[in-house]
Write a new protein. Structure first.
Length: 292
């Protein structure tokens, strides 16, 4: 088997998750990122003895690249959001712009990892792809138990609770009147968890099909890199977009309207709370970027 470098899918999602969890998690994520990502990936692919050392080494290198080249850019984005929050009302168009900015940065990390993704994709063995398939099936079963149970009202309530967890993190507590408005805006969004599950399954099946094709046919490295780039590009949107356009467009619009509504109903004290949260993120990003 040829020596390969690293398989680093979805590191950007881990980094964004750290951001969503808060500034302390961002520091923790960077301090332990190589270890966390390694064990997360190993849970999906069950690395061979030969793969383990270069997976570890290259995850660490990707974190180092991200720290050196991307965090200052995150500071600029966070500062723009912070300034807009203090300037005046938010619009759904503003929020859509934020969505696009985050998506662009997530794709950039994955594109950076294409050479490493290519090398390992070409080295995966059939049992590793089977292990990945089983992991996907387990995750899907958990999704069904959490999101496909109960009535529509039950599902809306669960979605609303997740919204409130994030809203309270950013803005602090809300009045009963504000909570009622947030609930109404949350419930107004399209809800179809079956479509979301179908999207997950499509993504997984396309990945598995791609990896099996690579394993069986051993195409050129250039061809594999192109397959991965096309998969990443499709993943930036929705694999089932063509048949579910109305749902995905409505969901994105509904979420943008919900976030704008929360921002615009916030009191000066609540906005000050959010501004401080953002400043902690900015300070953390600056501190991490300056670390030697």
């Amino acid at each position: 088997m040829r020596p390969h470098r690293a398989f680093l899918p979805r590191l950007s999602l881990f980094l964004l998750a750290c951001l969503l969890a808060g500034c302390s998690a961002l520091r923790l994520g960077y301090a332990n990122g190589d270890t966390v990502i390694y064990w997360w990936l190993n849970g999906y692919l069950d690395f061979t003895h030969e793969q383990k050392p270069w997976v570890r080494a290259h995850v660490d290198r990707l974190f180092e690249w991200h720290r050196r080249t991307q965090l200052r850019d995150y500071v600029q984005l966070l500062s723009q959001v912070q300034e807009r929050l203090q300037r005046g009302p938010a619009t759904p168009r503003d929020i859509h712009g934020d969505f696009a900015a985050v998506r662009k940065r997530a794709v950039l990390v994955l594109e950076k990892a294409v050479p490493e993704l290519t090398d390992l994709a070409m080295s995966l063995e059939p049992q590793q792809i089977a292990h990945l398939e089983k992991k996907f099936a387990s995750n899907n079963e958990k999704y069904r138990k959490e999101y496909l149970q109960g009535t529509i009202e039950d599902r809306q309530r669960l979605r609303y609770k997740k919204v409130m967890n994030q809203a309270e993190y950013w803005f602090g507590g809300f009045s009963e009147e504000q909570e009622a408005q947030i609930r109404a805006a949350s419930d107004a969004r399209p809800l179809d968890n079956e479509i979301l599950l179908a999207e997950r399954v499509r993504r997984q099946q396309e990945m598995l099909g791609m990896l099996r094709k690579i394993q069986a046919e051993q195409p050129s490295r250039e061809a594999v890199s192109q397959m991965l780039r096309e998969y990443i590009a499709r993943g930036a949107g929705n694999f089932t977009y063509a048949e579910n356009k109305a749902f995905f467009d409505g969901s994105a619009d509904g979420l943008a309207q919900l976030i704008a509504a929360i921002v615009n109903m916030a009191t000066p004290e609540q906005k000050a709370h959010a501004v401080k949260r953002l400043q902690r993120w900015i300070d953390d990003c600056n501190g991490l970027a300056a670390r030697e």
